[in-house]
Design a protein around this ligand. Structure first.
Ligand SMILES: [Zn+2]
Length: 395
């Protein structure tokens, strides 16, 4: 397949019109050309570094977020996850990292990689969290095992859970170093794990070749995670000036998950009063702190927390636009944060268009590197994932 004379934004910069050719799943040729498609452009598929594929994907108002996973069989949940992944892909989000996975997300990754179903590239991280930690409290306290998620307490149990996830085929580990918004009876600033436990998780994961992404809203949670060498901070909402300087110096990627916290704080999505209050508490200071952090050079990357209930798959484009407003990024920096830099942050060889790389691309009407609002679903002309057309029509 090929596109001739189309303006290219290659994942880092504008390169002018090119002739682009690919096969499944590799870009074969890319050469400067005379322009034929003046109002169109091509750019790499987006990379969302923080999603949760398994949530309700059906039509209409989503059912209760807390009880849906407890009242729906795992087999049925996997189908919802597949629908979410395909929806994201058709919106041009061709790589997704699931940050609370188990065998369901592993199954989706394997099915997409094997070509059983058309789907985006997927990475899966297994959660290591403590009893009464953020991940544990998604399940109400009266619910017994095996419906509860696994927990680990003490450095030895933490190492064992990391090893269990490695055996299951996880790409990485999700660690929680503070409480969170949607967990029941939790507080944003509750400590999650001692330094010794965090050190054990990071050491064990790195020894087994896995990156560690740490959920952290609180100052203490961000600080200890950064000091112990995690590979990304998820949320980072209460990031003080000195923490921003530390993270900027370390080049640690931060996924700011902007839209979800606002949607919950404002009650625009079905949530409990508890979750609304906790999100509002975070959003009250967030815009000032995160804009300051961006100005200090913190490396923000696209990460939405999309789960189908509070942020939909496909809302990633709106999140990128919102990153320019809240963080003060220019259009091109926001696009890099959603393509090449997000890909680098999770170690995937995507997010750029160049010969030899995978063929994930969006054909779009507009010039989003100059005018970020052009990055919108209604401007998508075609999406190619793994070299195959999955939405729209090639010009
Ligand atoms: Zn999340």
């Amino acid at each position: 397949m090929r596109l001739d004379g189309i303006p290219l934004w290659d994942g880092t910069e504008y390169r002018g019109p090119v002739d682009l050719a690919w096969e499944p799943d590799r870009i074969t040729d890319l050469n400067p050309a005379a322009q034929r498609h003046g109002d169109l452009c091509v750019l790499p598929g987006l990379v969302d570094t923080h999603v949760h594929l398994v949530g309700y994907a059906g039509a209409g108002e989503p059912p209760d977020f807390a009880t849906w996973p407890l009242t729906t069989t795992r087999d049925e949940q996997v189908l919802h996850g597949a629908a979410h992944a395909q929806r994201a892909m058709r919106h041009g989000v061709t790589t997704l990292r699931d940050l609370a996975g188990d065998e369901a997300q592993i199954a989706l990754r394997r099915a997409f990689d094997a070509g059983i179903l058309a789907g985006p590239r997927i990475q899966v991280h297994g959660v290591v969290g403590m009893t009464a930690g953020h991940n544990d409290l998604f399940v109400p306290p009266a619910v017994p095992l095996p419906l509860r998620k696994p927990t680990a307490d003490g450095p030895d149990e933490c190492r064992k859970l990391v090893r269990t996830w490695a055996r299951a085929g996880m790409d990485g580990i999700k660690l929680t170093t503070s409480g969170g918004v949607l967990s029941i009876g939790d507080r944003n600033v509750w400590r999650n794990y001692t330094r010794d436990e965090i050190r054990a998780v990071v050491d064990e994961a790195h020894a087994l070749g896995m990156r560690v992404a740490s959920h952290a809203h609180s100052e203490d949670g961000i600080r200890v995670a950064a000091e112990e060498g995690v590979d990304s901070i998820e949320h980072g909402t209460l990031m003080s000036r000195d923490l921003a300087e530390t993270l900027a110096a370390r080049r640690t990627p931060v996924a700011p998950t902007l839209l979800i916290n606002e949607a919950i704080a404002e009650g625009r999505v079905p949530v409990t009063r508890e979750a609304m209050d906790k999100a509002a508490e975070l959003v009250a200071t967030r815009d000032v702190l995160l804009a300051q952090a961006a100005a200090l050079g913190v490396r923000f990357v696209l990460g939405t927390d999309a789960n189908g209930h509070h942020v939909r798959f496909g809302d990633q484009l709106a999140e990128v636009v919102h990153m320019t407003r809240v963080l003060g990024l220019d259009a091109e920096s926001a696009l890099r944060a959603a393509t090449s830099d997000a890909a680098d942050a999770i170690g995937m060889p995507v997010g750029r268009l160049a010969p030899g790389l995978g063929a994930d691309l969006i054909v779009l009407r507009g010039r989003p590197w100059e005018r970020i609002e052009d990055l919108a679903t209604e401007n998508i002309v075609a999406v190619v994932s793994r070299g195959r057309l999955v939405a729209g029509r090639l010009p």
